[in-house]
Design a protein around this ligand. Structure first.
Ligand SMILES: CC(C)(COP(=O)(O)OP(=O)(O)OC[C@H]1O[C@@H](n2cnc3c(N)ncnc32)[C@H](O)[C@@H]1OP(=O)(O)O)[C@@H](O)C(=O)NCCC(=O)NCCS
Length: 153
């Protein structure tokens, strides 16, 4: 059963580091977007399970940006955090930078994953709420809420 104890937004933050290998490249010799999306898909789920101790499903992916090419040998550093909780849905925001030899090369992309928690009956179920503590927490929440208001199902 899913515990409904609220959690501060800062406690949902996780970081994943992954070296870009030659088998992750596109025909142009830079990182294939699908390879990064696959890493995002797995990692955002792990971030989500930090809050929701039960079954979760990706319901949509928004605002995926690849802001510059990423080369083999760079390390992608993906920071993930939950930025919004609804009744059964929540939002995982991912921001990516890369490093080479431990030196940051700056921002390289971002994405927003929307999840829904599912009960044993396969239907959406209630989740713990996020506690907002900082101005950044509140800004990210408002951005998620604005997307939710304009979303067409
Ligand atoms: C997840 C699923 C059960 C939700 O069913 P549903 O009938 O759409 O659920 P509801 O309309 O009751 O919406 C449930 C919540 O999802 C949110 N939601 C629905 N569609 C959404 C979308 N496209 N983007 C973001 N949130 C969405 C709703 O706002 C609602 O949030 P709330 O409970 O926090 O208020 C259903 O969409 C599904 O099974 N999708 C397939 C998921 C999947 O196979 N993913 C790929 C592998 S994980």
């Amino acid at each position: 059963m899913c515990q409904l104890t609220p959690m501060p937004a800062s406690q949902t933050e996780m970081v994943l580091r992954r070296v870009v290998m030659p088998n992750m490249l596109n025909p142009n010799g830079t990182m294939f977007g699908g390879a990064l999306l696959s890493i995002y898909d797995e990692f955002s789920g792990i971030v989500g399970l930090g809050l929701v101790k039960g079954k979760i499903m990706t319901v949509s992916i928004e605002n995926v940006t690849f802001s510059r090419p990423i080369c083999a040998g760079e390390t992608v550093v993906i920071r993930g955090r939950i930025t919004y909780t609804g009744r059964s849905s929540f939002v995982v925001q991912l921001d990516t930078e890369t490093e080479r030899n431990g030196v940051s090369l700056g921002h390289a992309g971002s994405a927003v994953f929307n999840y829904v928690a599912i009960g044993d009956d396969g239907r959406p179920t209630m989740i713990p709420q996020l506690i907002l503590e900082t101005d950044e927490d509140r800004q990210l929440w408002e951005e998620a809420e604005a997307r939710r208001k304009t979303r067409r199902k």
